[in-house]
Write a protein that binds this ligand. Sequence first.
Ligand code: ZN
Ligand code: ZN
Length: 172
Amino acid sequence: MLIDVDRIPEEGLKISKDFEFFSVDIVEESTVFLKPVHVEATVKKIGEELLIKGQITAMLNFMCCRCLTPFEFPVDSKFDLVCLPEELEVAKEHLEQDDMNGLFYCKRQVDLKEVIMEQLNLTFPLRPLCSKGCQGICPVCGKLIKEGKCSCTAKESGQRLENLKIFLRDKS
Ligand SMILES: [Zn+2]
Ligand SMILES: [Zn+2]
């Protein structure tokens, strides 16, 4: 969604929109979007500066990096950004120094979808976990380890595959 910088009304531009993203757009490629990403935002222009403010709500499905169980990950995140014309090199340096949430637009246009995608990526965990205390999967029996214990009795590694099959069957 391209926003024409010169066509933003004085009172600001109000946006209420669903965006369709795909897993390839984001950092975590195993992630699934369970519904469209909803954005409520206002874009205001003050001089050459654009102030983009709003809220992203989304529902995603991540895969736990320890136990490989998919889990739902709701996003409800506010953002508040300043967007400057790319030509303003001076402003760029200034922004970097202040470590602000700075963005740049070029050719008098802002791609809001790109802005949203970037904000969305910032809300994602580096190592997605289904729960804080997730113990992952037992390397012997392939079952989820709960409360730090494993109920596995199989000592032979040949048993491992069989148990993994049971684990998968029980899950489905
Ligand atoms: Zn887990
Ligand atoms: Zn085990």
